[in-house]
Design a protein around this ligand. Structure first.
Ligand code: GDP
Ligand code: MG
Length: 850
């Protein structure tokens, strides 16, 4: 083509003249007006420009063109014959829509996402490194300090005396030094930790405000080697409320053979017990230093604290070491530690096993307990009419067995949820005529989760249709293999009716107990667990304590949870007064201030004041500890805890609507396990989330996942109380994604469902115009017309969809609030029944914060 005008060229190309002019301009081709000529060279220039532009893809049109949507519509006609034989034609229209996206775009996005994730991960690692380095520095620092103190400890008395002598000579000089130090700037705390001399200087300075002339390490000597000093240490231990001045007076009167006078020597290194949390004031008091001292040290550590501020154990230890004392880590209540120490001493003796009976309803738990009780328990003197308490013990010729008379896994798990482990062995009762049932399975899971060995009592073998072999086979399916089949579980055939096999069962229990080598210290203060408690009209608070260690005696002061009191009277299971109860013995105790909770730990303590203080302390700490615990089992915190090396296993309690999805999800979740993090399904089952599920989750630090199921009322309350992490899902891959992401710390912005409102269906009306209309009461939140909904029956999701109509009286409503009635029509669903719940939800995007 020869030269043409721009106007002609535009026509040929098929775009407007203005657009062409614009493009030419962009391409850097100078043109005067539409009638000007355009050369081939200029055309090539334009083409080149347009190509470049397209390949960089900065044009919006171009980006769009990476995605192509094809729509196709086909119509066809069907001829149908109806019942009268007439034919009827129906037009069928098939619409297809398909979107193609250029692969490069997808790849690009994916790469970008991966890059981002990598960057995040790198950031985490960097932070972790810093934390590690910081921790190591602190630990090193503490170590070197400890070393310095140890050195002092190991020094011989001669050496100490030698130093003492020198000290005496240098005393005058030190007084001056001290005065100087008072005005001097505080030396840098961080340097020269290893140097004892510098440390000495610092210690001296710390005691500036005490108006005594004290020199430190000399007194840090072996107590046994120098009994004369013992008094000093004793007084120092009780020095909490004593003025330092008095203490040193005491030191002064101690005779010294070598000198005519004794230096006011002793600066005592105290062993300070450091509980999990404590206030600055408490810490100061324990070390007998001024609060200001502690605050000063904290300031040097970069923490601004006040007297009532609660500091954690790690910080407190640093402060204690910093002030030259020794820290001893204790639990919140140090009392229990004294008993723990005794436990380690070698005088532990064998103790009777404590047994809990579990099993499916009607399989004979109560009957079995009753039979054993009736025939084996020595009847009480009071006419054999026994008073019912939550536990009893049986004396056989081979040994004693204690039974917890709280059948069912609910009690067992509730106990475990509170951190108490009362049961050594679980007897699982399975009726030979019924076999493995849901609660049988649940019991197995609970026992496994609690790491408690099982003994199977195959009950009702007196019945003609009893089939113990079938029970065995069924239990093998559940992973419980009889020992005579090469497994490790004892099976005993029994009849609670005729008593057949019961002796064998008792023998099996004792055999298992022998394997477990159950031992406990029998003397010393008692420690145990509350099995049950109640308020008796005549006798006040009554608690059944299962003694686990030591011996509980009448007159002891007992601390149980938040309650305490002097044991006024102690009764055994027959209502007979007893004066003492040793390990594995259950006793009913009178005299507590109020009713403790089942599962609370019960401890005999030295005096009432300690009991009162600890009870008060526990009450005040209860919230903190609970909150900390709650935080620790949130899915979101999973990764950060892994970084701290804490979580290695993610425990999950899974409930779903049907067995198929339970299995599929459970399998898929377990496959998410990596070398670093294991996923463990504590239990998976079908149906609503129950209180027992939640208890199990609390006991094993698990999160609860409901797939198309909801928590029932009791479970909801417990979830709230315990702060359990509960998640509802209705899409499997979303569930898996969340867990996977939580494990890798790469939770991208995620969608979370939140329940906006719940309406309970009270009645269902037929409306010719709208189909079925559910007459509802909004019981929670608000029902919103345009949100997605689910229909729940017995807390299981049976339909997912949207609303067709929402009406209040005769009018359409956009939203109906809690406490109001409304009429709801569910789109495309006509099976709503009274008692169903309609759950209105929304999906909100959560931005991750890690
Ligand atoms: P639980 O719900 O597990 O406590 O079961 P129960 O102890 O209440 O027993 C349920 C029913 O089974 C009762 O009617 C008992 O009489 C009966 N039962 C329990 N053990 C036996 C047994 O060994 N043989 C027979 N024939 N019946 C039994
Ligand atoms: Mg029963």
């Amino acid at each position: 083509m020869a030269e043409v005008t721009i106007r002609q060229f535009a026509e040929v190309v098929g775009i407007s003249i203005d657009r062409l002019l614009e493009q030419l301009q962009e391409a850097g081709v100078q043109v005067a007006d539409p009638d000007a000529m355009i050369s081939d060279a200029e055309k090539m220039e334009l083409l080149g420009h347009l190509r470049r532009k397209h390949s960089t893809g900065d044009d919006e049109d171009v980006a769009e063109s990476k995605k192509i949507t094809l729509k196709r519509k086909t119509s066809s006609e069907l001829k149908l014959a109806n019942s009268q034989g007439k034919t009827k034609s129906v037009t069928v229209e098939v619409r297809k829509k398909r979107t193609y996206i250029k692969r490069s775009v997808v790849v690009e996005e994916e790469t970008k996402r991966i890059e981002e994730a990598k960057a995040k991960r790198a950031e985490h690692i960097a932070v972790q490194e810093i934390v590690e380095r910081e921790t190591k520095r602190k630990v090193d620092e503490l170590d070197s300090k400890r070393q310095a103190v140890d050195e002092v400890h190991t020094r011989t008395i001669e050496e100490a005396k030698e130093v003492e002598k020198q000290r005496a000579l240098m005393e005058a000089k030190r007084v001056v030094e001290k005065e100087l130090a008072k005005q001097a700037v505080k030396p840098d705390e961080d340097e020269g930790v290893e140097s004892r001399n510098k440390k000495r200087g610092r210690r001296k300075e710390r005691f500036d405000d005490a108006d005594v002339l004290v020199e430190a390490e000399v007194a840090v000597v072996d107590e046994e080697a120098q009994p004369a000093r013992e008094e000093l240490h004793v007084s120092a231990d009780m020095a909490g409320r004593r003025k330092r001045k008095q203490k040193h007076k005491k030191v002064n009167v101690q005779p010294s053979e070598e000198h005519g006078f004794t230096m006011p020597t002793a600066r005592v290194v105290r062993e300070v017990s450091v509980p999990e949390t404590m206030t600055v004031g408490e810490l100061a008091q324990k070390m007998s230093v001024k609060v200001a001292e502690v605050i000063k040290v904290l300031m040097n550590l970069g923490t601004m604290a006040t007297i009532n501020q609660v500091i954690d154990q790690a910080t407190a230890v640093v402060v204690v070491e910093e002030l030259g004392h020794k820290a001893k880590l204790t639990k919140a209540d140090a009392i229990e530690d004294t008993i723990v120490e005794e436990e380690s001493s070698a005088n532990a003796i064998a103790r009777p096993p404590v047994v809990t009976i579990m099993g499916h309803v009607d399989h004979g738990k109560t009957s079995l307990l009753d039979y054993i009780r009736r025939t084996k328990v020595a009847a009480g003197e009071a006419g054999g009419i026994t008073q019912h308490i939550g536990a009893y013990h049986v004396e056989t010729k081979n040994g004693v067995i204690t039974f917890l008379d709280t059948p069912g896994h609910a009690a067992f798990t509730a106990m475990r949820a509170r951190g108490a482990k009362a049961t050594d062995i679980v007897i699982l009762v399975v009726a030979a005529d019924d076999g493995v049932m849901p609660q049988t399975r649940e019991s197995i899971q609970h026992a496994k989760a609690g790491n408690v060995p099982l003994i199977i009592a195959v009950n009702k073998i007196d019945k003609p249709d009893a089939d113990p072999e079938r029970v065995r086979n069924a239990l093998v399916q559940e992973g419980v293999v009889p020992d005579d089949w090469g497994g490790d579980t004892m099976f005993v055939n029994v009849s609670a009716r005729t008593g057949e096999g019961v002796d064998k069962l008792l023998e099996a229990i004792l055999l298992q107990a022998e394997v477990l080598e159950l031992k406990a210290v029998a003397d010393g203060p008692a420690r145990g667990v509350i099995i049950e408690s109640r308020l008796d009209k005549g006798r006040g608070p009554v608690a059944t304590i299962l003694v686990q260690k030591g011996t509980l005696r009448k007159g002891d002061i007992v601390l149980a949870g938040f309650e305490y009191g002097r044991v006024r009277a102690m009764l055994d299971e027959n209502g007979k007064q007893v004066d003492a109860a040793g390990p594995s013995m259950p006793v009913e105790v009178l005299g507590l201030s109020s009713v403790p909770n089942a599962g609370d730990e019960a401890t005999a303590v030295a005096d009432e004041r300690t009991a009162r203080e600890v009870a008060a302390f526990r009450q005040s700490r209860f919230r903190d500890v609970k909150m900390a615990r709650q935080q620790s089992v949130k899915l979101e915190n999973m990764f950060s805890q892994m970084q701290e090396g804490e979580v290695r296993t993610l425990f999950i309690v899974l409930k779903s609507d049907v067995q198929g999805s339970a299995e599929a999800i459970s399998d898929a979740l377990q496959k998410l396990s990596t070398d670093e993090v294991k996923v463990r399904i504590i239990t998976s089952g079908v149906g609503a989330i129950t209180e027992s599920d939640v208890n199990l989750a609390v006991a094993s630090n698990a999160i609860v996942i409901g797939f198309n199921v909801r928590a029932d009322v009791a479970a909801k309350r417990l979830i709230e109380e315990e702060g359990v992490d509960l998640r509802y899902y209705s899409i499997i891959y979303e569930l898996l994604d969340h867990v996977k992401q939580a494990m890798s710390g790469m939770l991208a912005p995620l969608f979370k469902e939140s329940i906006v409102g719940i309406a309970e269906v009270r009645d269902v009306f037929r409306s010719p115009k709208f189909g079925n209309i559910a007459g509802c009461m909004v019981t929670q939140g608000a029902v919103k017309r345009n949100n997605p909904i689910r229909v729940l029956r017995d807390n299981v999701v049976i339909y997912e969809g949207e609303l067709e109509s929402l009406r209040r009286f005769k009018d359409d409503a956009g939203e109906v609030k809690q406490g109001l009635e409304c009429g709801i029509g569910v789109k495309n669903y006509n099976d709503v029944q009274p008692g169903d719940q309609i759950e209105v939800y929304e999906r909100i995007q959560i931005q991750r914060t890690i």
